[in-house]
Write a protein that binds this ligand. Structure first.
Ligand SMILES: *[C@@H]1O[C@H](CO)[C@@H](O)[C@H](O)[C@H]1NC(C)=O
Ligand SMILES: *[C@@H]1O[C@H](CO)[C@@H](O)[C@H](O)[C@H]1NC(C)=O
Ligand SMILES: *[C@@H]1O[C@H](CO)[C@@H](O)[C@H](O)[C@H]1NC(C)=O
Ligand SMILES: *[C@@H]1O[C@H](CO)[C@@H](O)[C@H](O)[C@H]1NC(C)=O
Ligand SMILES: *[C@@H]1O[C@H](CO)[C@@H](O)[C@H](O)[C@H]1NC(C)=O
Length: 206
């Protein structure tokens, strides 16, 4: 009886691990993100992204609110210690999923994340909280993790000849190509529509 319980538990655990592994490309595909972002998702793994205070995990298309997402989340991955990584958070749905501009809005870009976690990487574009305008359907806020070929000097924008300071009308696929990052290796995303943030409430009073 005990053996059977253990066996069932093991099977369930194996199954769960398997389903989270499999569900990343499937979830990206179901949300049309592979098409919209023009990215290869076949081997995409799950990147853990957690908003603090109170902790709220991003999970493959869950719904988050203004309060959940107002401060920068933490992120994790099964990094290799001798490598550097880059994290991009992008919104392909500006200004709305139905009237999309020919480009994305970059919410966050962190480079030189050391695989040994000795530091948190360099913010190339600071975290910009998602604030979709009223009347739009929920946007797909997408996190993509890339493995850098080597440590990069992002402060030398002119040397690379790439504009790293602009957020609007950008494309993850183009940036990845410009920086020679290859295909994303991990990802995650959430949906968020317009909701009345605390600051709007305060402004309405004024
Ligand atoms: C994905 O795209 C298809 C075809 O363009 C569309 O019918 C479907 O509603 C889209 N799904 C989502 C979740 O955007
Ligand atoms: C999608 O990416 C491929 C390969 O990187 C590129 O050749 C193609 O032009 C891109 N398509 C669009 C619509 O950007
Ligand atoms: C997210 O909210 C939408 C309604 O805006 C709902 O249809 C959908 O089921 C929700 N998704 C999840 C994962 O709760
Ligand atoms: C982590 O990697 C950085 C950069 O490669 C290196 O300077 C540092 O010594 C490493 N730290 C540990 C604890 O391995
Ligand atoms: C990065 O590039 C800047 C601008 O060219 C330069 O001042 C700086 O020394 C470089 N940093 C490193 C670590 O090479």
């Amino acid at each position: 009886m005990k053996m059977l319980t253990i066996l069932v538990a093991v099977i369930v655990l194996v199954d769960l691990a398997d389903s989270t592994k499999k569900s990343v490309p499937a979830a990206f595909k179901a949300a049309n993100l592979s098409k919209v972002l023009n990215i290869t998702i076949k081997n995409l793994k799950l990147m853990t992204v957690t908003y603090p205070d109170p902790p709220k995990k991003v999970f493959l298309g869950n719904n988050l609110t203004q309060t959940d997402t107002s401060t920068e989340p933490t992120y994790d991955f099964d990094y290799r210690t001798n490598r550097y990584y880059a994290l991009l958070m992008t919104d392909p749905d500006v200004p709305s999923p139905s009237i999309s501009l020919p480009g994305e809005f970059f919410h966050w870009f962190v480079g030189n994340i050391p695989g040994n976690r000795s530091s948190s990487g360099e913010d190339i574009l600071n975290y910009f909280p998602p604030v979709p305008p009223p009347g739009t359907k929920p946007h797909r806020y997408t996190f993509l993790l890339y493995r850098q070929r080597k440590k990069m000097n992002f402060s030398d924008g002119s040397l690379l000849g790439i504009d790293l300071t602009n957020r609007l009308m950008r494309r993850a696929s183009v940036l990845a190509k410009e920086l020679n990052l290859g295909d994303p290796i991990a990802g995650n995303f959430f949906y968020k529509g317009f909701d009345v943030p605390v600051v709007h409430g305060a402004l309405n009073v004024v």
